[in-house]
Design a protein around this ligand. Structure first.
Ligand SMILES: Nc1ncnc2c1ncn2[C@@H]1O[C@H](COP(=O)(O)OP(=O)(O)OP(=O)(O)O)[C@@H](O)[C@H]1O
Ligand SMILES: [Mg+2]
Length: 331
C-alpha cells in the first residue's frame, strides 16, 4: 500500500500562485504573478531568466524583504522547517518573531553584490558575530570562535586576524566568501543565492560555486540558485525553473531541460548560449515536435496568439516533475 509522504519528504519550501505588485504612482505594476516553485529538501533549484523576469523579487518575497511600495498581493510561501510547524511566510505579520528567525537564521541569502550584505563601517568579525548572536544564545567569545572557524572554512587564511579587518580590506572574491560565511554561519536549511558570482572573474567564480556545493552538502541545506548563466545551472542544479516576464514558463529536472526544452522561450534561451552548441541538433529536433508535448492536456496551447481572448495562462503539470505554462484555447 502506498505510504503517505512524511514531512521529511515534502519540499522544504513550496511557493504557490505567488504575486507581487508594486503600487507606483502610475498604478500597480505586477512584478511576478502565478509563480509556483518547489524546493525539495537537500536539492538545488536554479531559477533562470532574463533581466526583469522576476527572479530577485521571488527571492525577496521568500525573506519578506521586498522594498516598498512592493507587496505580496496573492499566494502562499510554505516553509517546512526540519523541526517545528510549517508556516506560510507570505502571511506572517511584519512583527512576527518567526520572520526574524527566518532571515539569516533558517534561511540565508547571498546577494549578487557583497556590499549589499556588508556594512562598510563595522569589522567583518563584528558582523559575523552579530549574525550568530542574533539567532543563537552563545557568548561573544563562543561566537568569535565560530566566526573564525567559518571564515577558515570558506578559505580565508589567518581568520582570527582577518576578523578584525573591514570589508574594504578584502578583494571582491574574498568579500563574497565573507558573505557566504555570514549566510551559512547559522546553518540555514535554505540558502538563497542571487547571482552570487556575476561580479567575479571566472576562476574565482568556479571556486565559489564549489564552495557553495561543498557547504550545502555539509549542512544538508537546500539551495535556491538564481543565475543568468546556463553553464552554472548545469554545474549546480538538480532542477530548473525558467522565468520570463513575471511568470514561470517551465520547470524540469536539469538534464531533461537541456535535452528537451519544451517551451519556445526556453529553447530560445538555450539556443542563445554558446556553451550549448552540442545541443543544437537536439534543439532542432524538439522544434519539430513542438506541437505534440507529451501530457499537455487538450484545450491548451503554448502559443499565446492561439489562446482564448482574455484567458490567463496556467502552469500545467506534465510527466515526471515537469511543468509548462500554457494558454487555454477553449472554455
Ligand atoms: N522598486 C520597484 N518598483 C517598481 N517595480 C519594480 C521594482 N523592483 C522590481 N520591480 C518590477 O519587478 C520586475 C522583476 O524584477 P527583478 O528584480 O525580480 O528581476 P530579475 O529577474 O531579478 O532581473 P535581473 O536579472 O536584472 O536581476 C521588474 O521588471 C519590475 O517590473
Ligand atoms: Mg535580480
Amino acid at each position: 500500500m502506498p505510504q503517505p509522504s512524511s514531512h521529511a519528504e515534502q519540499p522544504v519550501l513550496s511557493i504557490e500562485d505567488l504575486e507581487v505588485v508594486f503600487d507606483t504612482i502610475d498604478g500597480p505594476v505586477t512584478a511576478i504573478t502565478g509563480v509556483n516553485l518547489e524546493l525539495p529538501r537537500g536539492k538545488t533549484v536554479a531559477v533562470v531568466g532574463e533581466s526583469g523576469s522576476g527572479k530577485s523579487v521571488t527571492a525577496y518575497a521568500i525573506l519578506r524583504i521586498i522594498q516598498k511600495p512592493g507587496r505580496i498581493s496573492r499566494g502562499q510561501i510554505l516553509f517546512r522547517p526540519r523541526n517545528g510547524e510549517p508556516c506560510d511566510i507570505a502571511t506572517l505579520s511584519e512583527k512576527d518573531d518567526r520572520l526574524y528567525q527566518l532571515r539569516g537564521g533558517k534561511i540565508g541569502m547571498i546577494f549578487q553584490e557583497p556590499m549589499t550584505a556588508l556594512s562598510p563601517v563595522h569589522s567583518i568579525g563584528n558582523q559575523i558575530v552579530e549574525a550568530i548572536r542574533l539567532h543563537r544564545p552563545v557568548t561573544k567569545q563562543e561566537a568569535e570562535k565560530e566566526a573564525a572557524a567559518m571564515l577558515g572554512r570558506v578559505g580565508i587564511k589567518q581568520p582570527e586576524e582577518r576578523l578584525k579587518q573591514y570589508p574594504h580590506e578584502f578583494s571582491g572574491g574574498m568579500r563574497q566568501r565573507v558573505v557566504i560565511a555570514m549566510a551559512l554561519v547559522c546553518r540555514p536549511e535554505i540558502l538563497i543565492a542571487d547571482e552570487p558570482t556575476t561580479a567575479l572573474d571566472v576562476t574565482i567564480q568556479a571556486q565559489i560555486l564549489d564552495l557553495i556545493n561543498e557547504l550545502k552538502n555539509e549542512l544538508g541545506a537546500s539551495v535556491l540558485f538564481i543565475t543568468h548563466d546556463l553553464g552554472v545551472v548545469a554545474q549546480m542544479a538538480d532542477e530548473v525553473v525558467v522565468m520570463n516576464r513575471s511568470r514561470v514558463m517551465e520547470r524540469a529536472p536539469v538534464l531533461e531541460l537541456f535535452d528537451q526544452p519544451f517551451h519556445p522561450y526556453t529553447r530560445g534561451l538555450l539556443a542563445s548560449m554558446p556553451r550549448l552548441d552540442q545541443h543544437q541538433s537536439r534543439l532542432a529536433r524538439v522544434e519539430v515536435s513542438n506541437v505534440n508535448i507529451a501530457g499537455l492536456p487538450a484545450g491548451y496551447t503554448l502559443r499565446r496568439e492561439d489562446a482564448l481572448p482574455g484567458a490567463e495562462p496556467r502552469l500545467l503539470p506534465l510527466e515526471g516533475r515537469r511543468q509548462i505554462l500554457a494558454w487555454p484555447t477553449q472554455n
